[in-house]
Design a binder for this molecule. Structure first.
Ligand SMILES: [Zn+2]
Length: 264
């Protein structure tokens, strides 16, 4: 995918499997997936692709999120990310920046492996609010501590929106997690947003009031998701997230029937 002069490529790592009705719910509705069963496997499970996105422009080679890592617990299975980078012609040593949309385990898996940073020359960047929540604070998770403590020597935390590289901007969208940050690519009059887990399923663009069990602040997450979807319907901006089917970009179309996501 080209956004003007910026190239952005999906970097697959693996797949997670969840019972859809257990993770994405609509308050007061018993079976909200009944109208969306075509998104699910026959057993009611939802496949969640895992991985990140490679952004190349100018002198920078940026990895946005680092997948689940070499890991398999029977539900989440990763391990392909470095090979996927190689298929795009990129070695770990060529990555200049690793940025995280948030610090859940399925986005930081290749930050380090066995206590060593996977990307030796990269500057790692994360929002301070997520670092304080998932690494040093009350919400600290063993996975985040194990994966991220080894990269502290290459780490820059940020507190405010910033421009990472020409046409690559960080946009704080708290809700799913306190530090959730989208990356906005702008070039040649086009824009694309790398959303992280602002949305887990494209169904959420049509259904305004679904909740995801992992949202730290469900009300804020829902408000952010709907604002971004409404804005994207107006602007035609491309949207993508790692957990979308095939990690494919798409647009939000709005009409009499409501909003819907259409892959491109
Ligand atoms: Zn995720």
């Amino acid at each position: 995918m080209k956004i003007g002069d910026i190239e952005v490529l999906a970097v697959a790592d693996g797949v997670g499997t969840e019972v859809a009705a257990e993770i994405l719910t609509r308050p007061g509705v018993d079976d909200p997936w009944a109208c969306h069963a075509h998104h699910l496997a026959a057993d009611g499970t939802l496949a969640l692709p895992l991985g990140g996105f490679l952004v190349r422009g100018g002198t920078r080679t940026v990895l946005v999120d680092a997948g689940v890592g070499p890991f398999d617990d029977g539900r989440y299975c990763g391990g392909a990310l470095v090979d996927s980078l190689a298929a795009h012609g990129v070695t770990p040593g060529e990555v200049t920046d690793v940025v995280f949309t948030h610090l859940h385990f399925d986005h930081v898996g290749w930050a380090s492996v066995e206590g060593r940073p996977v990307f030796p020359r990269a500057t790692y960047r994360a929002h301070r609010a997520d670092w304080q929540h998932f690494v040093t604070g009350a919400g600290a998770t063993p996975e985040a501590v194990a994966k991220l403590t080894p990269v502290e020597g290459q780490l820059e935390l940020f507190d405010a929106d910033f421009t990472l590289a020409p046409g690559v901007d960080a946009l704080h969208l708290p809700g799913h997690t306190p530090g959730t940050t989208a990356y906005v690519l702008s070039s040649g009059g086009r824009r694309a947003l790398l959303l992280g887990d602002v949305a887990h399923s494209v169904v959420q663009f049509g259904e305004r009031d679904w909740e995801v069990i992992w949202d730290v602040d469900p009300a804020a997450a829902s408000a952010v998701r709907n604002r971004i979807a409404d804005e994207a319907a107006d602007t035609g901006d491309l949207l993508v997230a790692a957990h979308f089917p095939g990690m494919r970009f798409g647009r939000v179309l709005a009409g009499d029937g409501g909003r819907r996501f259409v892959a491109v």
